[in-house]
Design a protein around this ligand. Structure first.
Ligand SMILES: Cc1cc2nc3c(=O)[nH]c(=O)nc-3n(C[C@H](O)[C@H](O)[C@H](O)COP(=O)(O)O)c2cc1C
Ligand code: SF4
Length: 590
């Protein structure tokens, strides 16, 4: 048999599910059978419930098998003919393959609208070259034809899972560096125009226009300017930044190099979440390779322009994702929020003008330069242009990465892609936008996912993290948890957040005590505590220095307003909406 080309992801989610062991088992089994293997460790395609997802290259395309465990390997090779993708000459098919162990996803795949349904070939199906397809419960057909992927609009994630993350040749062969090469032919003003016209807004939470931020830095006068990538990714249910760094690190490097050209920066830092050792290692290796190949350093692609890039391991605190606390941390100090102004764009790292952007913001830039601003702007709705990589997590059947243009609905995401809850119970609440995001009830699941539409309903899209809860969730407990989280993660600089979060935990405990599940509440005390809760949220929202304290009321009040029964009241005590995303919070987070 000629060499077989296999892909086994090296992404942390796949590793956690046993990808290394599967790779070893495949290598050993192939060696035993005298098969020469060409094994690429790719990034994850983002179908996380199918990890480890093994792919084999065939004339029909890459064929996907998953979730594969080491003990599945012998049967997959011998009975399911994985090495040919299940394609066998007619009449040469062995008896029915042994069913895979109990993971039981097979039945799900047979549903016609399932996001992971089969591509080419059920058992007995003939292909144009007179081959028969050997079906197997773990075989999902041509990867690119799996509905979960077909239904997406992948711009930023178009290469992730497809290429070898650390191969410069592979990156180049898949459109890599086209944006940087284009950027080197443009002036700073032209570059700023492109990014502004694309409509790209910060993906880290506050949705501030990237072009305006870059312009501020470009127009500031200073001998030294910086580009800092915020890769602290602390929001619950989010993993897109990590997937970019582990699955397509050169794209982030390219985006940062373009930002540096636009604003005149010569030094860059990537502040990487401390819990992401694989991302840190991949980024370090990618920076070394890109520097050696002339894409970074003193003379970027022979242009005479300089850009040096470094990584820094983050301090391990949620608040260090707040941009000014991150700057303190990068400077070697404790991560405490700085008062604004001055904006980091004017006085940022070491007091110098600094572009600070999220991983996804910077990763969108190479596409914008390579394909043109309009190509990006054409995706989306209203003032929300382009795509957002949504991250489906929590109690969800098909958790994973879904990149779609703004404007689809939460219902499409949680049912069309996610397949409902993993527990099989009804969905009760969905927290969108991280631990400081609102709980979104079913009445709002058809609202288009765009920044303004969500703000109008007192919610935020944030970093695109979506955490699903079934009907066993108690929203009062989750509201208490929001205060506990804030109390644990507060930097302590301002009183509403530092003290307010602790008082919030106490108020929630009293509410839960005076209205225990199923018991009649002590009406007077209960009402008093609910009033106190709203007052406290008001103080935190309007008096906090940054969005950590300022947004903690989002989960709390959305829980109270939309799920009053969990707080021991038949209806919301006063028909106030959740707090709208005030200008304060917006500017504080940018
Ligand atoms: C408490 C807190 C935590 C934050 N964590 C992150 C984070 O992990 N990653 C991130 O990109 N932005 C985070 N932000 C937002 C940043 O302060 C900042 O707005 C963002 O990095 C700017 O990049 P962007 O314009 O590309 O969104 C956080 C903000 C707050 C208040
Ligand atoms: S709101 Fe909280 S995290 Fe932000 S500055 Fe105040 S104490 Fe620090």
């Amino acid at each position: 048999m000629s060499t077989v080309q296999l892909f086994v992801p090296r992404d942390a989610a796949a590793l956690a599910a046993g990808a290394d062991e599967v790779a070893e088992a495949l290598q050993a089994a192939c060696a035993q059978r005298g098969v020469t293997l060409n094994l690429t460790r790719n990034g994850s395609r983002g179908l996380l419930w199918l990890e480890p997802l093994v792919e084999v290259v065939t004339p029909h395309g890459r064929i996907a098998y998953g979730p594969v465990q080491p003990e599945d390997v012998p049967a997959l090779l011998d009975d399911a003919h994985l090495l040919t993708g299940g394609f066998m000459p007619e009449g040469d098919v062995s008896p029915s393959p042994r069913p895979s162990p109990t993971r039981g996803e097979g039945a799900m795949h047979s549903k016609p609208l399932s996001p992971c349904g089969r591509g080419v070939g059920e058992r007995g199906q003939h292909t144009s070259d007179d081959m028969t397809v050997v079906a197997h419960p773990l075989r999902h057909g041509v990867t690119e034809q799996m509905p979960y992927l077909v239904m997406q609009e992948r711009l930023t994630f178009r290469r992730i899972g497809v290429t070898d993350p650390l191969s410069l040749a592979d990156y180049e062969a898949h459109d890599g560096w086209a944006g940087l090469r284009k950027a080197l032919t443009l002036t700073s003003a032209e570059l700023l125009h492109e990014v502004t016209h694309s409509g790209l807004r910060g993906r880290g939470g506050a949705a501030f226009p990237a072009g305006i931020k870059w312009k501020t830095v470009a127009h500031a006068h200073a001998a030294q300017k910086y580009v800092v990538c915020n890769a602290d990714e602390g929001d619950s249910g989010t993993f897109a930044d990590r997937m970019v760094m582990e699955g397509d690190p050169f794209m982030l490097i390219e985006g940062m190099a373009i930002a540096a050209l636009a604003v005149g920066a010569t030094q860059g830092f990537i502040y990487i979440r401390s819990e992401y050792p694989h991302a840190l290692a991949v980024m370090n290796e990618a920076i070394e390779r890109a520097s050696a190949a002339g894409f970074l350093g003193e003379n970027v692609l022979g242009s005479g322009r300089t850009f040096h890039l470094h990584t820094r391991k983050a301090a391990g605190a949620y608040v260090c994702g707040e941009e000014t606390a991150m700057l303190e941390s990068l400077e070697g100090k404790r991560g405490i929020v700085r008062a604004k102004p001055p904006l980091p764009a004017l006085s940022g790292l070491f007091g110098q003008p600094t572009v600070i952007n999220n991983v996804l913001t910077l990763a969108a830039v190479p596409f914008i330069l390579a394909r043109g601003a309009q190509a990006y702007r054409d995706y989306g709705v209203g003032r929300s242009h382009g795509t957002l990589p949504f991250q489906l997590a929590g109690n969800i059947k098909h958790g994973g990465l879904v990149e779609k243009a703004f404007g689809l609905s939460l219902r499409e995401l949680i049912y069309g892609f996610g397949g409902g809850t993993r527990s099989g119970r009804p969905v009760k609440a969905v927290q969108v936008g991280g631990p400081l995001g609102a709980y979104v009830p079913e009445s709002l699941w058809d609202v288009p996912l765009d920044y303004e539409a969500y703000a109008a309903h007192g919610a935020v899209l944030g970093h695109g993290g979506i955490v699903v809860h079934d009907d066993t969730a108690n929203l009062a407990e989750l509201a208490r948890y929001a205060f506990e989280f804030c109390a644990a993660e507060s930097c302590g600089k301002c009183t509403p957040c530092r003290i307010g979060s602790t008082r919030g935990v106490e108020v929630m405990q009293r509410i839960e005590r005076t209205a225990p599940a199923g018991a009649a509440p002590n009406a007077a005390q209960h009402a008093q505590q609910l009033t106190l809760l709203r007052d406290l949220c008001d103080t935190m929202q309007h008096g906090s220095l940054c969005a950590m304290g300022g947004m903690t009321p989002y989960p709390v009040l959305s829980a109270l307003n939309h799920y009053p029964q969990d707080f021991g009241v038949a209806a919301a005590p006063s028909p106030q909406p959740s707090p709208t995303r005030g200008e304060g919070a917006q500017t504080q987070r940018t």
